[in-house]
Design a protein around this ligand. Structure first.
Ligand code: BGC
Length: 747
């Protein structure tokens, strides 16, 4: 049951009015007053118990506000791909409301794959409208943990391997969301780059790697105005990241000046003293002891509840930190629920579905298209669709981002709906993956049970494939445990359920094979040379089938590019080249349960590692094809040298040399030719997506400044741009540089 604060702001105003004929509106309720004046006014009216109540949960997703003052409750909800259904007050089970189905938007990997900040803003606005309509103060997302290994079960909730791409893409989402008066809660800050042992892994990392690779997207989110951030479950320097003196006090609140709320991940708090002094502002929990299990209705046992009060009473802690935490939560409430000008929001609107479809269409990546198998020809008479993922609903599962949707179009339904006139679209199961379809009481209602053997399924599929004009295999991962799901990593890079065998058999049966891989992670493709067309389709949400059909039939010309490298094998991934100490970590011998994990590859994550080792990935970072072709001209710098705070603009002429209009993402990489510290071969420092008609040329301009030339010098604890020669590369992917120029940085 959702309890609504019983005293409204109107009631409080009335009470104040009774005290005297001309009683002024208290400052905290007067929105003509500056925010900080309102916050301080509210704070000085509160007693210690009220402040304590304000900073910890009273239910799974809510905290109480200050009833006496009419300061409303804080309601959070997952995030990040749509608004999670209501759950029971003190249970994870869905509450069974009939008015809380949502639109599911594509997973954040797909958003990153659009390389289009306008799509990110649109995403933030529409998911924010749904959250606002549902009366949420905070949506738990977006996530920007860096894609360190393709095994991480939650990569699908994040924005890929590159700090620059993730930084550019995360900000518009946050601003769009918050334009609804709903706070973002950027997660999981920081170094939460795997799910295995997520509560007990202590990350050993050098400062340079921390600042260059793992922090930038969080910093961008904070500088971009995020009102809240969620601490991660794991540890850094032996302190949990939900109460970590370095990442929260020194970096987040110190160096970056964050004025918002640090929210614990659910059950991520472990110690009252640390929580109080090391930067945590608000505690939420998975179970009511704030940890993993406990008695019901015992929110008083949270670390920031009675134990905190007791320590204040005993003189072990002062109320100074408490005031600061309460201040931050009050600021959050004023920015959200108490902003009487915030819009009303809306749910399930046609515009929301259209946005989901558009973002999906822009994020789907055409990895390979030999013999122009795609788009599917208008004269096709028989299309065979094979694979469980052509049917399976993907919005239920995956952990806390699981949703209850009003509708989800399956790939099979989408492909049927847009098939050319007179064309039959048949289905063969191909393999059995995960037949489940339930999360916290939300069920898909699909019956995916299957009694035939794997051999029979392959025989049926290959038989039906023989006379098809085109065969579309839709497989990949599916958000079941270990297959892109919270709380577990994948066990290998390979596709599960023997899908490789099915694909190989289909390739033998029909040369016109399209493989559509649904996943948030790279997968191995031992059949890559046998399959002419491969599409990376992500988890696409409510409009999955329509977005896939738009691309496969050609209504949408694909323009997504990979936000991560597809390696040939784990041996080509930095994190997997140093044994267990680098992944998944080595357990200490001291009975503490803690594992130490060293990020031995340092800054060489993703394409930085591939460049360093000179390996050729299966598909490089930034790769994505179109149904048209683009020619790049010569890259030209606006000047030959820069100094001080100058910027430099690179111009690249890009021409659509094909017969269809389409979008191209132009990527700009920078090389520091000689530097004191070892630097990556090249790093992404700019990009732009342009729309071009056939024959049209755009002069694409990308500007960089000193920041984009700098590395983090751990000795000086500062960003340093070293004078000397640099190169700028215009590229279609990290593996496809089209033009290079040089310029100099002076003192
Ligand atoms: C997840 C968070 C999520 C929270 C609330 C945690 O287990 O790590 O991402 O927001 O639960 O559902």
């Amino acid at each position: 049951m959702k309890l609504i604060s019983s005293i409204s702001i109107t009631a409080v105003l009335a009470a104040f009015a009774l005290c005297g004929a001309k009683a002024a509106t208290p400052a905290y309720l007067d929105d003509t007053q500056p925010l900080e004046t309102r916050v301080e006014d509210a704070l000085q009216r509160m007693n210690t118990a009220e402040k304590i109540a304000l900073i910890h949960a009273q239910s799974k997703f809510g905290s109480p506000g200050v009833k006496r003052l009419g300061i409303p409750e804080v309601w959070t909800d997952d995030g990040p791909h749509g608004v999670r259904p209501e759950v029971l007050w003190d249970e994870w089970e869905q509450a069974g409301w009939t008015n809380d189905s949502c639109v599911a938007f594509p997973a954040l990997t797909c958003l990153a794959a659009t390389w289009n900040p306008d799509m990110s803003r649109l995403y933030g606005v529409v998911v924010g409208e749904e959250a606002r309509y549902r009366n949420k103060s905070m949506l738990l997302g977006p996530g920007v943990n860096i894609y360190r290994t393709p095994l991480n079960g939650r990569n699908f909730e994040y924005m890929g391997e590159d700090p620059f791409l993730a930084s550019v893409m995360v900000v518009p989402y946050i601003q769009g969301l918050q334009s609804n008066g709903v706070s973002a809660c950027v997660k999981h800050y920081c170094l939460n780059n795997q799910e295995i042992n997520r509560h007990t892994t202590n990350v050993l990392i050098d400062d340079r790697t921390l600042y260059e690779i793992y922090l930038p997207a969080f910093k961008a989110a904070v500088k971009g105005g995020a009102w809240a951030i969620m601490g991660a479950y794991n540890l850094y320097k032996d302190q949990h990241l939900c109460h970590n003196s370095i990442t929260l006090n020194d970096i987040l609140k110190g160096e970056w000046g964050f004025d918002g709320v640090v929210v614990s991940d659910w059950g991520g708090t472990h110690d009252t003293h640390e929580a109080v002094t090391n930067g945590l502002d608000m505690e939420f929990g998975s179970w009511t002891n704030g940890l993993t299990n406990g008695q019901s209705n015992a929110y008083d046992n949270y670390y920031l509840a009675q134990p905190y009060l007791d320590k204040i009473a005993a003189g072990e802690l002062t109320t100074q930190e408490l005031d600061e935490k309460a201040r931050r939560v009050l600021r959050l409430i004023m920015r959200t629920t108490m902003d009487r000008h915030r819009p009303w929001g809306s749910m399930l609107s046609p515009e929301h579905y259209a946005a989901a479809r558009q973002i999906g269409g822009q994020g789907i990546v055409l990895l390979k298209n030999d013999k122009s198998v795609l788009p599917i020809k208008a004269d096709a008479k028989k299309i065979l669709v094979v694979g469980e993922n052509a049917l399976k609903m993907m919005t239920v599962g995956g952990g806390s981002s699981s949703l209850k949707v009003q509708q989800e179009i399956s790939p099979f339904d989408g492909l049927k709906a847009q098939a050319p006139a007179g064309c039959v679209v048949e289905f063969a199961r191909g393999y059995v993956g995960d037949t489940g379809g339930e999360y916290n009481g939300v069920t898909t209602g699909q019956d995916l049970s299957e009694s035939r053997s794997a051999k029979e399924l392959i025989a049926e599929a290959t038989q039906k494939a023989k006379d098809a004009d085109v065969v579309i295999f839709v497989g990949g991962l599916n958000k079941a445990a270990g297959q892109d799901c919270e709380d577990a990593d994948r066990e290998s890079l390979s596709l599960p359920y023997d899908q490789d065998r099915v694909i190989a058999a289909l390739a033998d049966a029909n040369p016109n094979l399209v493989v559509v891989n649904v996943s948030g992670n790279a997968v191995a493709m031992p059949w890559v040379d046998k399959v002419p067309a491969i599409v990376q389709a992500w988890f696409l949400g409510s409009e999955a089938g329509n977005a896939i059909a738009d691309v496969l039939y050609g209504a949408v010309n694909p323009s997504g590019k990979l936000p991560m490298t597809f390696p040939r094998s784990l041996a080509d991934v930095g994190a997997h080249c140093f044994g267990e100490k680098a992944y998944p970590g080595i357990e200490r011998n001291d009975g503490s349960n803690i594992l130490d994990e060293e990020y031995s590859e340092g800054i060489y994550v993703g394409y930085r590692w591939a460049d360093r080792k000179k390996t050729k990935p299966l598909f490089p970072f930034g790769h994505g094809l179109s149904y048209t072709t683009f020619a790049y001209g010569k890259i030209t710098p606006s000047k030959s040298q820069i100094s001080g705070d100058d910027t430099i603009t690179f111009t690249v002429p890009v021409t659509n040399t094909g017969e269809r209009e389409g979008d191209e993402v132009v990527e700009l990489y920078i090389t520091d030719v000689k530097s004191t510290l070892d630097r990556p071969v090249k790093e992404l420092k700019g990009f732009k997506k342009v729309h071009l008609l056939p024959g049209e040329t755009a002069q694409v301009e990308i500007t960089v400044g000193r920041d984009e030339l700098s590395y983090f010098d751990p000795e000086a604890h500062a960003w340093v741009a070293e004078p000397g020669e640099f190169k700028a590369h215009a590229a279609a992917s990290a593996g496809d540089i089209r033009s290079t120029c040089s310029f100099k940085l002076l003192e």
